[in-house]
Design a protein around this ligand. Structure first.
Ligand code: CAA
Length: 391
């Protein structure tokens, strides 16, 4: 028996900023963003969107055609928490009408927590083969206007139903792990924006990859050649090039640039247009690979690397299942990404700064209506966040 993905779906904000608009402001050459970091656009949430609405949209999509009565666990991975106590997943649970007899809680470790949830869910399902687990990773990547990280912002969610009927992908039980206390990226409780030591964070990512890979290969004995494709956490798409180039060299794999690039390129397609989705990023990348690979990946082993600053890295792997294409939501994902409205720079600033205008004194506030999909953050009253279903 094996456990893995029965359904997977992504969602992103319906507004974006083209990075050339940012380049016009910062005085940078747009190619620094388009080519240098490999990012074209970044999704920007409107005032009535947050991780709950992003997650609810992705969850509703992922649950289409799924029998939810077997769901007993909902893990919500985010570093954009909306409350210090209550899990954001509980709002999602109500919005998408999940069964009451289940557990819901939040996971945090920067961009790693989605992968952490998966590594707990797979053995759980093998012990409880009649159950299903929902993992949703949702984040809004914010670094601050004019900051070094600004072009690597983004927003989105990915929802996955895991079960012992893994029609899309199964996961191997072994993985390589690495934890190291470093300050490469963090967000103090009083801050709305992440602080980052950009170049150092790239170094720490590669260190974690090296160490996690080392442990993975030590445990499994699997050589580099066993992997058909690689899916990396993508803070920006060029990061996968840096990481994979390193791994190819480190593993003494004899591949030319065209060959190693083919192993990672399909996974980067969505990210290039959405931007960083933090905890969801490695699974948005996996969705991108499965949706966009022209090649039939059935039966192929995929290597995945998740990195959460601070830091935790995990190298894990899985096998794509026969007939998986019938269970993907490729057309929907393409529609969501292509259907977004472009923002001018001023409106981006207005959306960005809206958060700082939310009342903190319990006053009533209704958020202006934008397109937040089927679920919107309607406002605040008496220190409580209010959500509604858009009919
Ligand atoms: N045409 C083409 N390329 C150009 C160019 C141009 N006109 N101008 C510059 N470039 C290239 C540079 O040569 C450089 O390439 P290399 O990295 O291959 O050397 C690239 O564009 C970026 O240029 P800089 O290094 O000068 O960019 P920067 O100083 O503005 O910083 C960054 C880039 C570090 C990614 C920054 O945006 C940042 O700090 N982002 C947030 C942190 C981050 O994403 N870290 C990743 C690892 S941590 C992690 O993964 C967790 C997470 O999600 C945060």
């Amino acid at each position: 028996m094996q456990a893995g993905i029965e359904s997977i779906s992504i969602y992103t904000s319906q507004y974006y900023l083209d990075l050339k608009a940012l380049a016009n402001q910062s005085g940078e050459d747009p190619n620094k963003y388009y080519i240098g970091i490999g990012q074209q656009r970044m999704s920007v949430p409107p005032p009535d969107e947050d991780v709950v609405t992003l997650a609810a949209n992705a969850t509703a999509q992922a649950l289409q055609g799924i029998d939810t009565t077997a769901l007993d666990t909902f893990l919500f991975a985010t570093e954009t928490g909306i409350d210090q106590s209550k899990a954001a997943g509980i709002y999602v649970h109500e919005l998408v009408r999940l069964p009451k007899n289940m557990r819901v809680f939040e996971l945090k470790q920067a961009c790693y927590s989605g992968a952490g949830g998966l590594s707990m869910a797979v053995p759980y399902l093998l012990h409880h083969p009649d159950r299903k687990v929902l993992i949703v990773a949702a984040d809004v990547a914010r670094y601050g206007i004019g900051s070094i990280g600004e072009p690597t912002q983004g927003a989105g969610a990915v929802a996955m139903v895991l079960s012992t009927n893994p029609t899309i992908m199964t996961f191997d039980l072994e993985s390589g792990l690495y934890t190291n206390d470093v300050m490469d990226f963090w967000r103090p409780n009083y801050a709305d924006e992440a602080l980052v030591d950009g170049k150092y964070s790239i170094k720490m990512y590669i260190t974690a990859l090296r160490e996690a890979w080392q442990q993975y290969t030590g445990i499994t004995g699997r050589p580099f050649g066993d992997f058909h494709r690689f899916v990396y956490h993508l803070p920006f798409t060029k990061m996968a090039d840096k990481a994979h180039q390193f791994l190819v060299r480190h593993a003494n794999a004899e591949l030319n640039q065209e060959e190693w690039q083919r192993q990672i390129d399909d996974a980067a397609i969505y990210q290039r247009f959405i931007g960083n989705t933090y905890a969801g990023s490695v699974f948005v990348a996996l969705t991108s690979l499965l949706d966009n690979s022209q090649e039939d990946l059935a039966g192929k082993r995929i290597g995945l690397f998740s990195y959460g600053s601070g830091s935790v890295g995990e190298f894990f792997s899985g096998i794509v299942q026969q007939g998986y294409k019938a269970y993907l939501k490729k057309a929907l994902h393409h529609e969501i990404i292509a259907g977004r409205a472009e923002l001018d720079y001023e409106t981006y600033r207005e959306f960005y700064t809206f958060k700082s205008r939310l009342p903190t004194d319990g006053a009533v506030m209704q958020t202006p209506k934008y397109n937040a999909g089927r679920y919107r953050f309607a406002g605040l009253a008496d220190h409580k966040r209010l959500y509604e279903v858009v009919v």
